[in-house]
Write a protein that binds this ligand. Structure first.
Ligand SMILES: C[S@@+](CC[C@H](N)C(=O)[O-])C[C@H]1O[C@@H](n2cnc3c(N)ncnc32)[C@H](O)[C@@H]1O
Length: 345
């Protein structure tokens, strides 16, 4: 097991933290959390797990190999850095850069530059043949200043947001105001423990956001909607990204026409921009949770969004599911979404 650190999004922090753990679990990596700090997770896991986090995560920014953590004072940093064997990660003649990220109000912008210079100096002192190269370095060191601590290590992966921006609802050829943003859809796919080859069902597929994100991680998406125009739209959106779902079905989610899937990821209609077809969200949620129960095996998951006011935790528990976790995402003044994860017992 290696000591790893991850910089996660500050947008929805509890979702980001759970997403990271869910990816490790879905990919079968054992891990142990060392510390959860603001926007930073320190944990021990196999170094190969970083590849999967990089490939799958919606809310992780940086993945790194930790070299040390200490108090964020010059004295502590100098002492700890001088006890660190940088030669283990920086071969003779290799070039490097140091980047520091400060979280929230823990420190000032000037302090960030000060720490970059300080760490650059300390690395050069400890590895005399190394050279700084800020344009195309062989190695990138990364430090995080958070909760009065300094986490420092080698950056192994940086997840750039551009592909998610390219898949924003407004950029897709078929748009509907009820569409979920790509990062949240990806996160929900991860929370449901989907992985390569598994069958992921979205019974309220709308514009196909979850089907797209599930397909992109190598799962087989089954997209379903009661409205033909939405099912056609989802198909068009998938095609736009060069993707194909395993199936696109027009049917009512309260009577699922399948016998088995590996997980369910979905966002039912709230009766605002998405129609509940003369029913109401609670009845629809009860209907789909009841119907989905039959399709899942013990330990398999459903990740479902709903308005916070619905109280989905109790609904799911009443229907026999084990409630794993809930996250709350503010959307606007009258809507906070609850993203709940349930497991079949
Ligand atoms: C909130 S939207 C889903 C948005 C979707 N996650 C996306 O990103 O585009 C809910 C969808 O459920 C569909 N719907 C409503 N009642 C349904 C039912 N009983 N069975 C299946 N789909 C239904 C609506 O047509 C709508 O497309």
């Amino acid at each position: 097991m290696a000591k790893l650190f991850f910089l996660i999004s500050g947008e929805y922090e509890s979702l980001s933290f759970s997403e990271l753990k869910a990816i490790l679990e879905a990919e079968g990596f054992a891990y142990s959390i060392t510390e959860k700090l603001d926007q930073t997770v320190r944990l021990e896991a196999a170094i190969e797990s970083i590849k999967q986090v990089y490939r799958r995560s919606g809310y992780t920014r940086i993945c790194g190999l930790e070299l040390f953590t200490c108090d964020a004072t010059d004295e502590a940093i100098t002492k700890t850095a001088n006890n660190t064997n940088f030669k283990e990660v920086l071969a003779e003649g290799e070039t490097f850069e140091v980047r520091i990220r400060r979280i929230k109000e823990y420190t000032t912008k000037e302090a960030t530059m000060h720490h970059e210079r300080l760490m650059g100096k300390l690395i050069l002192q400890n590895t005399p043949h190394a050279k700084v190269n800020l344009r195309k370095p062989d190695k990138s060191f990364y430090g995080i200043l958070t909760n009065n601590k300094f986490i420092f290590g080698l950056k192994l992966a940086e997840i750039i947001p551009k592909p998610f921006v390219e898949r924003r609802a407004r950029k897709k050829p078929f748009f509907h105001p009820s569409a979920m943003n790509a990062k949240l859809a990806r996160c929900m796919v991860n929370l449901a423990h989907a992985h390569e080859g598994t069958y992921v069902l979205d019974p309220f597929c709308g514009t196909g956001s979850t089907a797209i994100e599930a397909t992109l991680i190598g799962a087989r998406a089954i997209a379903m909607d009661v409205q033909r125009r939405m099912a056609d739209g989802a198909k068009r959106n998938l095609k736009h990204f060069g993707l194909t779902a395993e199936a696109i079905v027009i049917a009512d989610a309260r009577k699922l026409p399948f016998s088995k899937v590996d997980c369910v990821v979905t966002d039912p209609p709230y009766g605002r921009s998405a129609t509940t077809l003369k029913s109401n969200t609670k009845a629809i949620v009860e209907g789909v949770l009841t119907s989905a129960y039959e399709l899942l095996s013990q330990g398999q998951r459903i990740c479902i969004a709903s308005p916070k006011t619905l109280g989905i935790k109790q609904v799911g528990k009443k229907l026999g599911y084990r409630h794993i976790e809930s996250h709350f995402a503010y959307v606007h003044r009258t809507l906070t979404r609850e993203v709940a994860v349930f497991e079949k017992e």
